[in-house]
Design a binder for this molecule. Structure first.
Ligand code: X2N
Ligand code: HEM
Length: 506
């Protein structure tokens, strides 16, 4: 009680003092208080011996959001010079601890399930767009199983069937988009459209793909506009774009649910697409089945994730190739040598090292997710340092930063797909978190698909989709352009617009 009484006493004394000041002085205090508090808080933080150094900031709560949000890699480079590989910064009210380099990859991507949580870091971002019960709106063991269920549709057998369909969609897109024949193509836009058409065709099936030629595309667009980094701060507001997102999610989910019901009623469950595979294998190990609604939400999430990452990657490789007619020529020769006039098949892609290395090099220079985050749920000791990251803070890992370092990649700023040649795969230890084997060590400097229990399951699919798109472009066009700067403020790192390219038919 003494403490409460003392606090009240001090409070009333302060109040008496303040009320004797002029209005201007009172306003000054109210405005200055957060700044004083923030600087005081930073000072006290700096006294704690076991905290990673905090990047100084002047705007309370906002912290380093502007330099980080605009130019994360330049921001990290400055911080590394001042503080070394481990430091913390304030981002919109959250303390983010960064560990740069391969040791940081290991520290964060292989952190124990008990110590860090992806769902606590991402649910705000994803759940309003994907819907409830899946991905980051469920316990981690369910996510591991959902990833296993999805992998059933992402096998070699299925890829063999997907390639002609992807190719057909790309060719149809070329012939129905007038900008390929006159004027120029807005590449980020064309690649977003081509990605949704190809992915829906093979993962959701012909029925859903056909719906995209009608009003259904608008729903995807509304849903897509709701999948933005703004959600980290404001997942829900009474504004039109949030309402449209929620309506779009409901309508898209209902559409998928009707299709699921139709297939079940007609006993028409084959092995065509992801929907068929999920209808077959979506029983959790505790015996419960995913509901149709959860299946619909999982489909939304997986398609949405694959959409942004894949669309940005193909936009970037087209733009880089526009600067490199020599590589376009070399690709054309590789493709012609393998195919000899035949149509592309799955095994052909495995025999086109340059095609794959173009994708690999694009993902090095333009890793779509520049920041991978976890919320700390138990005090986390940073190995080889005296630092402890307390519960409630976040950890951030950025393989994309190591991708750009000359230490790991000589002439790192050069687009050089040949740098990947003659790299034999080592026989590395693997581990299974429930969705198949993945490499145990994540201390590689090159991790575009992440690592550990949250590692991507879409890598092979992305290579199939992107490889088919690249081959089909090279077979039909040549083009020239300049590579624009990256825009880091969107969900994935995109080329800054305008990024228009004039394509010339072969
Ligand atoms: C206010 C500049 O702009 O000053 F999707 F099934 C589906 C995605 C993680 C994005 C992190 C922060 C940008 C601050 C700008 C599925 C395929 C996934 C994986 C500050 C002033 C979702 C964080 C975006 C930081 C940019 C997390 C994705 N494979 N997809 N200030 O993905 O996997 C999925 C998985 C992330 C980010 C950012 C600012 C499975 C500003 C100006 C303004 N980012 N971002 N996926 N910022 N400002 C996914 C992992 C999961
Ligand atoms: C996870 C990258 C395409 C589905 C991840 C992660 C990364 C990543 C870095 C780890 C995220 C984290 O640890 O927080 C990429 C890149 C892609 C791509 C660069 C394309 C070039 C796809 C595609 C799909 C997909 C096409 C679906 C078909 C997933 C899923 C996860 C994941 C389900 C697991 C999320 C988790 O366990 O938390 N991806 N991805 N991705 N990705 Fe991808």
């Amino acid at each position: 009680m003494g403490f409460v009484q003392d606090t009240l006493d001090i409070g009333s004394q302060v109040w008496n003092l303040v009320s004797e000041l002029s209005l201007l002085q009172q306003i000054t205090i109210v405005v200055a208080a957060p700044f004083v508090y923030s600087l005081l808080w930073q000072f006290l933080y700096s006294l704690k011996p076991n905290r990673a150094p905090l990047v100084t900031y002047y705007i309370p709560w906002v912290g380093s959001a502007v330099p980080y949000g605009m130019q994360p890699y330049a921001f990290f480079e400055n911080c590394q010079k001042k503080y070394g590989d481990v430091f913390a910064f304030m981002l919109l009210g959250r303390v983010m601890t960064v560990y740069l380099g391969p040791k940081g990859h290991e520290f964060i991507l292989n952190a124990k399930l008990n110590d860090v949580s992806a769902e606590d870091a991402y649910a705000h971002l994803t759940t309003p767009t994907f819907g409830e019960g899946v991905i980051y709106d469920c316990p981690n063991w369910k996510l591991m199983e959902q990833k296993k269920f999805c992998k059933a549709a992402l096998t070699r057998e299925n890829f063999i069937k997907y390639i002609p369909k992807i190719r057909e969609e790309v060719l149809k897109y070329f012939s129905t988009t007038p900008e390929f024949d006159e004027g120029s193509v807005d590449v980020p836009k064309s690649q977003a459209e081509m990605t949704i058409f190809t992915a829906s065709r093979v993962l959701l099936g012909d029925d859903i793909r056909r719906k995209l030629d009608t009003g259904f595309a608008q729903l995807y667009s509304d849903l897509d506009k709701g999948f933005t980094p703004i959600n980290f701060v404001f997942p829900n507001l009474p504004l039109p774009h949030y309402r449209k997102r929620d309506e779009a999610r409901e309508t898209v989910a209902s559409t998928y649910m009707s299709l699921i019901n139709k297939r079940r009623d007609e006993n028409d469950i084959q092995e065509r697409d992801l929907i068929d595979h999920l209808m077959r294998t979506s029983t959790y190990k505790d015996g419960t089945k995913m509901t149709d609604r959860e299946l619909a939400h999982l489909l939304i999430g997986v398609l949405m994730g694959g959409q942004h990452t894949s669309a940005s990657t193909s936009a970037w490789f087209l733009l880089h190739l526009g600067e490199r007619p020599d590589l376009q020529q070399e690709l054309a020769e590789e493709i012609e040598k393998v195919l000899q006039g035949r149509e592309l098949e799955y095994d052909d892609l495995q025999n086109m090292p340059l095609v794959n290395n173009i994708i690999k090099e694009t993902l090095r220079l333009h890793m779509p997710l520049h920041s991978i985050m976890r919320k700390v749920t138990n005090p986390l000791v940073v190995p080889n340092t005296k630092y402890v990251v307390p519960k409630g803070h976040y950890v951030l890992v950025t393989p994309g930063y190591a991708h750009l370092s000359n230490t790991y990649f000589p002439a790192a700023d050069q687009f050089d797909p040949h740098r990947w040649e003659d790299q034999q795969k080592g026989s590395e230890d693997s581990v299974d978190y429930g969705f198949g084997k993945v490499t145990k060590a994540v201390s590689s400097p090159y991790l575009p698909f992440g690592g550990g229990r949250h590692r991507c399951i879409g890598e092979q699919f992305a290579y199939v989709q992107l490889g088919t798109i690249l081959v089909t472009y090279i077979q039909n066009f040549t083009w020239k352009c300049k590579v624009p700067d990256p825009d880091f403020t969107s969900m994935v790192v995109l080329p800054t617009e305008p990024a228009d390219v004039k394509f010339v038919r072969k």
